[in-house]
Design a protein around this ligand. Structure first.
Ligand SMILES: Cc1cc2nc3c(=O)[nH]c(=O)nc-3n(C[C@H](O)[C@H](O)[C@H](O)COP(=O)(O)OP(=O)(O)OC[C@H]3O[C@@H](n4cnc5c(N)ncnc54)[C@H](O)[C@@H]3O)c2cc1C
Length: 394
């Protein structure tokens, strides 16, 4: 057991996937890290599609080899226009071999990701884990960071000092508020019903996204006979669906996916997530950086959320790993992240809104976009590469 000090290079606040990953990447860059992460409550039954760039990043720090055996390759992606709109697009299929890859990415159960990061953190002498929430964060008189922790039980509250702070504390980030970084928030008239199911016919390594008038209905395989479903509906309909018996829900889902996977059996609890969006006014300032959902929140379309969070973390670890003076590192981080984060947030928002809109020009935009992706090889390859990486690749 390592002894906890109170002066660190970096303090990471938040114990979601982004916070845990941030601690590991920063420690790998040779920094002394304090991780302020209260214990998780409840189980996360979701899966996360890690795209090729994230897999590469996790491989570089020696984490992927522990996850790989529990992951499933996503070799093809199919988009089916299941709207009843006047303008509909043809089915579009993408294959990773078209861009010379074995797979676009790998689907992993969130519980596997949590366990792998937690085990690594326990064994990493560069990371001290404080298992309680942070109460306040401020710049001290020397320009360093002072983080006060919530007292555990009858113990006195503790204070941690660091040269830099990483806010990974989710959409209602206390770090963001403490730094007076504003945000723009919006909601969608949608909720996602999420569960895992077994199915009769093989998915053949293919993830399928049905576009419907209420949002995407996305099936991401965990094995060739098991998959995760993210079913976006109006909030009222989502509640109705989530309260069905598993048997009735399986029949409804089978019907919705036109039985292309045969009979279904639900094998996890059914969870419901209201959809919303948020973008921070800045992603970094002085000696602070915001990562993951503390910086950006958008609907679960195209497996972008955590993958974008990994790119945030890589960027902050690269900057701090080679920068002596941390006082302006937040500003550098902001400049390096602003185009990727803004483009992803806007792109996902636009795609979601074109699905919901009855406005004919919006439908034309979506269907012609999908048609072009289906028929122009150079555009297909470009879109596939941009989709799986953080930058536009030639
Ligand atoms: C249905 C669904 C499916 C998804 N699928 C994918 C996918 O396939 N691929 C993908 O890339 N992304 C996916 N995402 C997005 C992904 O899940 C999120 O981007 C990711 O989980 C965000 O993690 P986070 O750590 O930034 O935030 P959170 O998970 O919200 O974690 C924030 C953490 O901070 C802690 N915290 C808050 N305040 C404090 C404090 N004061 N002190 C200490 N700790 C604090 C909280 O307890 C929490 O643990 C999906 C999302 C949904 C809803």
């Amino acid at each position: 057991m390592i002894s906890q000090k109170n002066q660190y290079d970096v303090c990471v606040v938040g114990g979601g996937l982004t916070g845990l990953a941030a601690a590991v990447f920063l420690a790998d860059a040779g920094l002394a890290v304090a991780l302020i992460a209260p214990p998780r409550n409840g189980s996360d039954h979701r899966t996360t599609a890690l795209l090729a760039h994230s897999v590469e990043a996790l491989s570089k720090i020696g984490i992927w080899s522990h996850i790989e055996k529990d992951s499933f390759p996503l070799k093809s992606m199919r988009i089916v226009d299941a709207t009843n709109r006047l303008l509909r697009s043809p089915q579009t299929d993408f294959h990773s071999t078209e861009i010379g890859l074995e797979a676009f990415g790998y689907n992993v159960r969130n519980v596997v990701l949590y366990k792998t990061f937690e085990q690594h953190i326990l064994n990493d002498s560069n990371i001290d884990h404080f298992a309680c929430p942070a109460k306040s964060v401020r710049l001290d008189d020397t320009g360093g960071i002072e983080v006060k922790l919530v007292a555990e039980g009858r113990k006195k509250s503790k204070t941690v000092h660091a040269r830099f702070i990483v806010g990974a504390d989710g959409r209602s980030s206390m770090v963001r508020d403490s730094w007076n970084i504003g945000e723009r928030k919006w909601s969608y008239p949608q909720s996602a019903v999420v569960f895992n199911f077994e199915h009769e016919f093989s998915s053949n390594y293919t993830s399928t996204e049905f576009h419907t008038e209420t949002g995407p209905f996305t099936i991401v395989p965990n094995t060739n006979h098991m998959a995760g479903l993210v079913w976006v509906e109006t909030p009222e309909r989502a509640q109705e669906i989530a309260s069905l018996s598993k048997r009735d829900l399986a029949l409804l889902a089978e019907n919705k996916m036109q039985s292309f996977l045969g009979k279904l059996k639900i094998v996890s609890p059914v969870q419901c997530f209201p959809l919303s969006g948020m973008i921070a006014g800045r992603f970094g300032d002085k000696n602070c950086a915001l990562v993951g959902e503390a910086a950006h929140v958008f609907p679960p379309i195209g497996a972008q959320g955590f993958n974008l969070g990994i790119r945030d973390i890589e960027c902050v670890a690269d900057i701090l790993g080679c920068q002596k003076d941390f006082a302006s590192a937040g500003e550098i981080y902001h400049r390096q992240r602003v185009s990727d984060v803004t483009a992803r947030t806007t792109g996902v928002d636009l795609l979601n809104r074109t699905l919901l809109s009855n406005f004919l020009p919006m439908q034309l935009l979506r269907s012609s976009g999908l048609y072009a992706l289906g028929h122009v090889p150079a555009l297909r390859r470009y879109a596939m590469r941009v989709g799986i990486s953080g930058v536009a690749v030639q």
